[in-house]
Ligand binder design. Structure first.
Ligand SMILES: [Cu+2]
Ligand SMILES: [Zn+2]
Length: 172
């Protein structure tokens, strides 16, 4: 079964994130625009609320009660996707494969949020308490709610959806 979801960032920092899960593996792709050059913390947060400058999104999604770490770590918050890297053009291309981020079941991230941070996520290696909670990634500069979208494998919308996605890549 393939499950698809998307998250649309609007505001000064804008972009599209697509999530597709197949056989328990989730591919996370997209683009984030208008960032300062360099690394920016990129996480799934627990709450699908964007108010109060993204603070309503709550903490990193952490159903396993782990400490903050790197995407590759065995023990981490489910929401720990590390950093995205913005180039000189301010654009970060997102292209990740993750086995902890689930789009179905009791650990599903559907209805939760993605938050982009002002600073680099230190991946839990910062040597202080905050590093083990948030990676010292600083302020929240953009956020979006993760919504399930039509299943591209079984839907007559497959082609229009793919077309729509590629148009989005072209223009954003
Ligand atoms: Cu975060
Ligand atoms: Zn975390």
């Amino acid at each position: 079964m393939i499950i698809s979801a998307s998250c649309v960032l609007t505001g000064p920092i804008f972009g599209f994130i697509f999530l597709t899960q197949s056989n328990g593996v989730t591919e996370i792709t997209g683009k984030v625009n208008n960032l300062t050059v360099g690394l920016h913390g990129f996480h799934i947060h627990a709450v699908g609320e964007l108010g109060d400058g993204c603070r309503a999104a709550g903490a990193h999604y952490n159903p396993g009660s782990k400490t903050h770490s790197a995407p590759q770590a065995l023990d981490r918050h489910d929401g720990d996707l590390g950093n995205i890297l913005a180039g000189d053009d301010g654009v970060a291309v997102v292209d990740m494969v993750d086995t902890k981020v689930q789009l179905s079941g009791e650990r599903s991230v559907i209805g939760r949020s993605i938050v982009v941070h002002a600073k680099e996520d230190d991946l839990g290696l910062g040597g202080d308490q905050e590093s083990l909670l948030t990676g010292n990634a600083g302020g929240r500069i953009a956020c979006c709610v993760i919504y399930e979208t039509a299943d591209p494998a079984s839907s007559i919308f497959e082609l229009p959806l793919k077309f729509f996605q590629s148009m989005m890549y072209m223009f954003f």
